[in-house]
Design a protein around this ligand. Structure first.
Ligand code: 9MR
Length: 381
């Protein structure tokens, strides 16, 4: 009898252990399915990251692992910009960009080209040209060369970047000065001729500000009326813990959707540091070097306190809830970087700070905000 009882207990324990192992496997199989950002949001929008040269060249394999496992879209943070890719007239350097595009192709990613026409990070020779013919020659050559080389490999081009001022007027870039106020449309027409298949994007920041947004909306409507191809607007999304409000972000989505183009959030990051503009006004070109080394402006040099980590997680959660609500209008959400350590926000607008704007920390670990996003209800879980 006692032996029998022992046998029963043994059998019971054995079955329990087998079941535990089995259940665990099922659990981990299921959680594997949703354990990446791209998988979690796959029925809604592409989820991307900007990648830097170190990642592209294979000098930062940990970042690359995160990119490949978590994201299904990439943007080159700097490597396709004019000053690097055509530093001298007609002298192109494709060393890094070819590798970048290969990462996208190899991993089946929605691969973005950033950016064809931009006043910043422009080759010096372009900045010194003062006539239309020469400018047009180089613009055509630049667009033809890049778009032809990466035809079928790049899925979307930021054709023109940051062409408007905050009040909606044209930025007086070398392109505007030499080519005239129709230059944005001319460039889109040119791009559409080179590759009619690729998505053509206009990309800019501060589009939550209504004057600037209206300028872009008017431009899109004019393109549509003229039959000029434009597929999407890139909303840069360099935001902070409070600004812009969820309401303001929703207005961006709704207003652009009304023009009939797709919205992409192309450069998402959330600064948690004090904003010097709030302290001394809104003049964008101010020099903040006087704040360098000021501990008040760099409050978390040794780690992010839990309460701010929570705020960041909540902010990302709120933003993504909104993105999910309007996911039929959104093509892509791209983070501007992979891990906090290499974010451009550590040096802008004040050099040498420690910021925490992304989903992965300086040690490549997922932050609370990352887990919050994976907890969001999507239409596949
Ligand atoms: O993240 C980029 C940083 O490494 C460069 O130093 C900087 C130069 O302007 O450009 C940053 O990326 C910008 C992007 O190309 C366009 N939108 C604004 C981004 C942040 O400045």
């Amino acid at each position: 009898m006692i032996k029998k009882l022992n046998d029963v207990v043994f059998l019971f324990l054995f079955c329990g252990i087998v079941c535990l192992i089995g259940c665990n496997n099922i659990l981990s199989e299921n959680s594997n399915e949703t354990r990446s950002l791209s998988n979690h949001f796959k029925n809604h929008f592409h989820i991307g990251a900007a990648i830097n040269e170190n990642t592209i060249l294979g000098n930062d394999n940990k970042s690359k692992e995160i990119v490949v496992s978590e994201f299904n879209s990439i943007t080159p943070e700097n490597s396709l910009k004019w000053m690097f890719i055509q530093p001298l007239p007609g002298k192109f350097d494709f060393k890094v960009s070819d590798k970048y595009v290969n990462i996208g192709s190899k991993n089946g990613m929605y691969t973005v080209g950033h950016a064809l026409i931009w006043h910043s990070q422009l080759a010096e020779f372009m900045q010194n040209i003062d006539n239309k013919d020469e400018t047009l020659f180089h613009v055509k050559n630049h667009i033809n060369t890049l778009m032809n080389r990466y035809k079928g490999k790049i899925d979307a081009w930021d054709v023109v970047n940051e062409a408007f001022e905050e009040d909606g007027s044209f930025r007086e870039s070398v392109f505007y000065k030499n080519l005239g106020k129709n230059y944005i449309e001319d460039v889109f027409v040119l791009a559409a001729k080179v590759d009619p298949e690729v998505d053509l994007i206009y990309n800019d920041y501060n589009l939550y500000k209504s004057e600037k947004r209206l300028a872009v909306i008017n431009m899109v409507n004019k393109f549509k009326a003229n039959g000029t191809k434009i597929d999407g607007v890139g909303v840069q999304a360099h935001w902070d813990l409070n600004t812009p409000s969820i309401n303001e972000i929703e207005n961006i989505i709704l207003d652009f959707h009304e023009t009939g183009i797709l919205v992409s959030f192309t450069e998402l990051d959330i600064s948690v540091l004090p904003n010097p503009w709030e302290m001394i006004g809104a003049e964008v070109n101010q020099n903040f070097s006087k704040f360098e080394g000021d501990p008040k402006m760099n409050p978390y040099p040794n780690g992010l306190p839990n309460n701010i980590q929570d705020k960041l997680a909540k902010r990302y959660e709120d933003i993504f809830k909104l993105f999910l609500k309007h996911s039929d209008k959104i093509n892509r959400v791209t983070f501007w970087g992979v891990i906090d350590k290499y974010s451009w926000l550590n040096d802008w607008p004040i050099k040498g700070r420690t910021n925490y704007p992304l989903l992965f920390d300086k040690d490549y670990k997922s932050k609370k905000a990352y887990y919050k996003l994976l907890e969001l209800k999507t239409n596949q879980n």
